[in-house]
Structures are given as C-alpha cells and as structure tokens.
Write a protein that binds this ligand. Structure first.
Ligand SMILES: [Zn+2]
Length: 64
C-alpha cells in the first residue's frame, strides 16, 4: 500500500479500507474501487477533499 498522493510508504492502516499517510497528513479510504481523500482537522474531524481539489496535488506530484 502506497500513498496515492506522495507515493510514499509511510502509510498506516487506521480502519477497514482506511489508511493514513504520515507524510501528507491525510486519511483516505477505498470503497467500491474508488478513492476518497480526507484532511484531518485539528479537532480530529475528517474533511472530504473534493476530487477537483485533489487533482492539482496529483498533477504537481507527477510534474516533480
Ligand atoms: Zn502521502
């Protein structure tokens, strides 16, 4: 399991089909083959990251 954003290996499993990247500080889950990314707020709430917001992260990552 690698992080879909930074492609790093610092990914821990935090639940059923839920993973956390210690590099990006984001949590993500797989369900029915699709990926959902969450930011974790200071109070521990999960904030869904829209695909259109996540895309520039993917693109900038690939350009690097
Ligand atoms: Zn990451």
């Amino acid at each position: 399991m690698k992080c879909p954003i930074c492609y790093g290996n610092t990914v821990g499993k935090v639940g059923n089909n839920q993973f956390y990247c210690w590099e990006c500080y984001v949590e993500y889950s797989y369900s029915k083959g699709s990926l959902q990314i969450y930011e974790v707020s200071d109070d521990g709430f999960l904030i869904p990251v829209e695909a259109k917001e996540a895309k520039p992260i993917f693109l900038s990552n690939q350009l690097d």
